[in-house]
Design a protein around this ligand. Structure first.
Ligand code: ZN
Length: 147
């Protein structure tokens, strides 16, 4: 029987091989770019925010399986959600990755679903930046969108 770590590895590989929401968005969507020089990961995130809702999100870029699958999982988790909720998901994810830097409380009721597959990355501190690259880039894109 497959253990939890095997299941998690399978989820990460599935998103790496078959990325969700990969591509670009035209204006009025905005984009931001992120780099992780430690690993060579590059991510560009496109977001379309209308009436406070992330109506569409895409990503492209290249890099290791953790950076690309994390970005793919992120787009699946936030698409169609209100910006407030998206920011709460980002905060909870960064908290799971032990890099949540502000003091406000994490919404414990939020279910991260497949994103929990990435929690094992915490055991490899050098890879945490791979897992959080897309998320920090998303925050930059939201800022660019005036959110
Ligand atoms: Zn990486």
């Amino acid at each position: 029987m497959a253990g939890l770590e095997d299941l998690y590895r399978e989820i990460i590989l599935d998103h790496y091989r078959t990325p969700r929401n990969r591509g670009e968005l035209d204006a009025p969507a905005v984009s931001a770019e992120g780099h992780n020089p430690l690993c060579g990961d590059e991510i560009r995130i496109f977001v379309d925010v209308r009436d406070g809702i992330v109506t569409d999100v895409r990503f492209n870029g290249s890099g290791c399986s953790i950076s690309q699958s994390s970005a793919s999982m992120m787009t699946s988790a936030i698409k169609g959600k209100p910006v407030d909720q998206v920011k709460a998901i980002v905060k909870k994810f960064k908290s799971m990755m032990t890099v949540d830097e502000d003091e406000s409380p994490v919404d414990e009721s939020l279910n991260l679903g497949d994103l929990e597959a990435l929690q094992g990355v915490v055991k490899f501190p050098v890879r945490i930046k791979c897992a959080t690259l897309g998320w920090n880039t998303l925050l930059d894109a939201l800022t660019t969108a005036g959110q």
